[in-house]
Design a protein around this ligand. Structure first.
Ligand SMILES: *Cc1c(COP(=O)(O)O)cnc(C)c1O
Length: 420
């Protein structure tokens, strides 16, 4: 059953309550390996389910456009202060609705339509909002892109420098959605300095690892940092902008009134709770365990003949190129979902196949680590993945069902926050 319980919802809207309970059970029974997902604590769930959702508070603490901010001001200030302390930055804005609007706020604050901006290409592991052509950021700005080296699968810093020197972008984005390796913030900073660009580190995926000391911090290298709060940071769906003092005002103005109206105060409260949790010593242990699990899983997959982009991982994320297994990413991901193993199909760098039917799958260990799985369980996960992929190639549905039953059996012993 969902925890906290949902008796009022069940009485008022049984149809919806049944769906919520179904999703909670699904999250309990599956090995959740989507690299951008996690399980928030029940404390975060409670904070996001409060009457704070009733309140309008356009503006910032002490400068609001609505009355009645006696508590909201304190809640937002708590979140801001905790973000500043956790990441060691001068300024934090916790109002952005999610990662994509947070990035849009950076463009609005620091560039004009038509300006040249630079980011990692989506097929190489960048995010849509780093200037990819279907995104507003690629349509409204003159976006130039960098990628990874074909031989190493790692970011090509020579290419980054060459493109930056030739194009003189106003903004350089580093970070992405499918980067299994450590991001070299000092190297990006040097390039940005040389060409007079503002370096923006988008740490949406790795924010929890940065907070927990399991990935180097961009602070002191990137003037502006954007992050979601719901991936490795293990908070509610939301985002933050972190920056030096110089860019604080422009970023705040871009978020409100530039892009948004009232902040989602229930989310702000959930972010505040998650930031408090992330400041505890146990969260550093969590971050280290996420990386240890990813490396153990990567090794166990390689032992079973899986081809990993860049040959492994430094962080929470693994990108498998399934070409050598003779199956596309999409049918493999769908088969694994039926086997109780949840991940997503993903483009691999230089993918010869189409984005909707690419060669790879992406997986990560933030959620299973929250669940309490450790390095000893990673070979079992790799074995299930291997068996599910083989079963998918052979069209053997009963082998897939057998894996799903084994997954349910193992996970029954690992408690899930949000489920009792
Ligand atoms: C997830 C992600 C985002 C976008 O976050 P949403 O909350 O889904 O809008 C932006 N940048 C990076 C690098 C991400 O991984």
């Amino acid at each position: 059953m969902h925890e906290p319980g949902i008796p009022h919802l069940t009485a008022a809207d049984p149809e919806l309550a049944t769906l919520v309970e179904g999703e909670a059970k699904r999250q309990f029974e599956k090995v959740r390996l989507i690299a951008s997902e996690n399980y928030v604590s029940t404390a975060v769930l409670e904070a996001t389910g409060t009457v704070l959702t009733n309140k309008y508070s356009e503006g910032y603490a002490g400068k609001r456009y609505y009355e009645g901010q006696q508590f909201i001001d304190q809640i937002e200030t708590l979140a801001v202060d905790r973000a500043k302390a956790l990441f060691g930055v001068d300024h934090a804005n916790v109002q952005t609705y999610s990662g994509s609007p947070a990035n849009l706020a950076v463009y609005l604050a620091l560039a004009n339509p038509g300006d040249t901006v630079m980011g990692m290409g989506l097929p190489a592991g960048g995010h849509l909002t780093h200037g990819w052509n279907v995104s507003a950021t690629g349509k409204w700005f003159r976006a130039v892109q960098y990628g990874v080296r074909k031989d190493t699968g790692r970011i090509d810093l020579d290419e980054v420098r060459e493109v930056a020197r030739a194009e003189r972008p106003k903004l350089i984005f580093c970070g992405g959605t499918a980067i299994p390796r450590t991001i070299d913030f000092p190297a990006f900073a040097e390039i940005a300095r040389e060409v007079g660009a503002v370096l923006v580190a988008d740490i949406a995926h790795i924010a929890g690892l940065v907070a927990g000391g399991a990935h180097p911090s961009p602070v002191g290298h990137a003037q502006v940092i954007t992050t979601t709060t719901h991936k490795t940071l293990r908070g509610p769906r939301g985002a933050m902008l972190l920056s030096d003092a110089e860019h604080a005002k422009a970023l705040d103005k871009a978020v409100f009134p530039g892009l948004q109206g009232g902040p989602h105060n229930h989310t702000t409260a959930g972010i505040a709770v998650a930031l408090r949790e992330a400041a505890q010593p146990s969260f550093a242990e969590y971050a280290a365990a996420v990386v240890a699990n990813a490396q153990a899983l990567a090794g166990a997959l390689q032992e079973r003949g899986f081809d990993l982009v860049s040959g492994g991982t430094d962080n929470h994320l693994i990108l498998i190129d399934l070409t050598s297994k003779g199956i596309g990413g999409k049918p493999a991901a769908q088969a694994m979902d039926r086997a109780g193993i949840e991940l997503n199909y993903n483009t691999v760098p230089f993918d010869p196949r189409k984005p909707f039917d690419p060669s790879g799958v992406r997986l990560g260990t933030p959620a299973v680590t929250t669940r309490g799985l450790g390095v000893d369980q990673m070979p079992q996960l790799a074995d299930w993945i291997d068996r599910a992929v083989q079963a998918a190639s052979a069209g053997d549905e009963s082998a897939i069902e057998k894996v799903a039953a084994e997954v349910r059996d193992l996970l029954a012993a690992y408690p899930m926050p949000g489920w009792a």
